[in-house]
Write a protein that binds this ligand. Structure first.
Ligand code: BJ8
Length: 425
């Protein structure tokens, strides 16, 4: 912890004592979960470094940007079209909300029976322990679930918040509504930054984000191979870092990692034996430092090869169609791309089970673990349909509902071990 960082956090009005406790807890957890892994790709060194200095260099970059008159825009959901933020020379940052640490702080205000992701994000602001939140000029929320909607109202009393309305259906009328929301968001960002979003700027931003999506697609494609050349934990970390690192640098580092994985694949080198059970996780997103389920699964000798989630395939599967002709077409292409995210907030949402079946085949999985955060009703209810669909397809499924605490780790381990025994038969 450098004195320069302490100075920066002080300027950001961070609660230093609490923040020390947070960082002191993160280090040993990362050591145990990540650095203890054997046979890791050297390309993960970059991601280890990013986590090792999680509230340092990147925050400093954001501060420099702000000192030069730039804006920082924080988001909680993959529905927020980051292309518009980049195009106005602002920097988008996907906030974490994956730690148990900030939950008791949030529970002083929010009902306990609220999902961990919502409590964790609110606790970060209330407790002043996240420099990314503190460094943001605007937080962009969305109406994806009722808990989030209401939390954003309270968050708005503490910091500027703008909420995008994400429709609940996928009809033509809903698509029009969403298109209108994208146009309105463009106005909000232009007003915030004082910069006009031009065809050229938006075209560059579309390309920037598409390149990062392609990098992640490349990484995930490499996970389809048997034996898999990278652990699920490492792939998850690379995806999580993509939410807040500089997009250009992140794309470069993803490709460096993938070049190395290509060589591993060519040499038949894997992180787990060829016959290790291959698991697909489907459900709620896992923000840093939520590595709980991956760690439990991979500690048993199985390997996670794909995540159908917003910290997985939903984040990068589709590109924005590059249509350089005019702004209207670009904005339409952006609206179309984002409406193709199959979040459980939609009804009906049959595309999501379809995706899971397709991914299970592509990634040669032995079983699917459906993960939903406790008190998240959309995913919990959608799990019923998912279970029926996967049963029809003959794909084994284990449903897990949990939060960020370690209290249920022993019980989860027993259930996961029993499931893996079953899929190996
Ligand atoms: S597009 S999954 S990031 S909404 S887990 S807060 S839904 S109660 S996170 Fe999500 Fe966007 Fe959808 Fe993805 Fe509510 Fe459920 Fe909590 Fe959730």
């Amino acid at each position: 912890m450098t004195s320069e960082n302490v100075q920066m956090w002080t300027e950001l009005n961070i609660d230093l004592k609490s923040h020390d406790m947070l960082l002191n807890a993160l280090g040993p957890a990362f050591q145990e979960i990540y650095l203890s892994q054997k046979n890791r790709p050297a390309g993960m060194g970059f991601y280890d470094f990013v986590v090792g200095d999680i509230h340092g260099i990147r925050v400093k970059e954001l501060r420099e940007h702000a000192k030069n008159g730039g804006k920082v825009v924080a988001t909680y959901c993959v529905f927020v079209p980051e292309e518009l933020v980049w195009a106005a020379d602002a920097i988008p940052v996907g906030l974490c909300a994956g730690t148990q640490f900030s939950i008791p702080i949030a529970e002083e205000v929010l009902p306990r029976n609220t999902c961990a992701l919502i409590k964790s994000s609110f606790g970060f602001k209330l407790g002043r322990v996240c420099p990314y939140v503190q460094a943001s000029h605007l937080i962009v929320g969305e109406t994806t679930c009722d808990g989030k909607k209401k939390m954003f109202e309270m968050l708005g009393e503490l910091q500027p918040v703008y909420v995008m309305e994400v429709p609940n259906k996928k009809t033509e009328r809903s698509r029009e509504l969403w298109h209108g929301e994208v146009l309105a968001f463009k106005d909000v960002i232009e007003k915030l930054t004082g910069n006009k979003i031009t065809v050229k700027k938006l075209g560059q931003a579309i390309d920037l984000v598409n390149q990062r999506r392609l990098g992640l697609q490349r990484l995930y494609n490499l996970r389809k191979v048997r034996p898999v050349p990278i652990s699920g934990k490492d792939a998850l970390l690379a995806t999580q870092v993509s939410f807040y690192d500089d997009a250009k640098r992140d794309t470069q580092m993803l490709n460096v990692l993938c070049d190395e994985l290509d060589k591993r694949v060519a040499a038949g080198q894997g992180v787990a034996p060829k016959n290790a059970p291959r698991i697909l996780i489907s459900g709620s997103p896992m923000a840093i430092p939520n590595w709980k389920l991956h760690h439990l699964i991979e500690s048993t000798g199985a390997v996670v090869v794909c995540e159908e989630s917003c910290t997985g395939t939903r984040f990068f599967s589709d590109l924005v169609k590059p249509t350089a002709e005019n702004l209207d077409e670009q904005l339409k292409a952006i609206a179309d791309r984002y409406m193709n995210i199959h979040c459980a907030c939609f009804t009906p949402n049959d595309e999501r089970p379809d995706d899971v079946v397709r991914l299970a085949k592509e990634y040669q999985v032995d079983g699917v673990i459906h993960y939903n955060l406790q008190f998240c009703h959309t995913y919990a209810n959608e799990a019923v349909k998912m279970e029926k669909r996967l049963e029809k397809e003959g794909i084994p499924l284990l449903r897990i509902e949990t939060d960020y605490s370690d209290e249920d780790a022993g019980q989860l381990r027993t259930r996961i071990e029993a499931f893996l025994e079953m899929v190996k038969l």
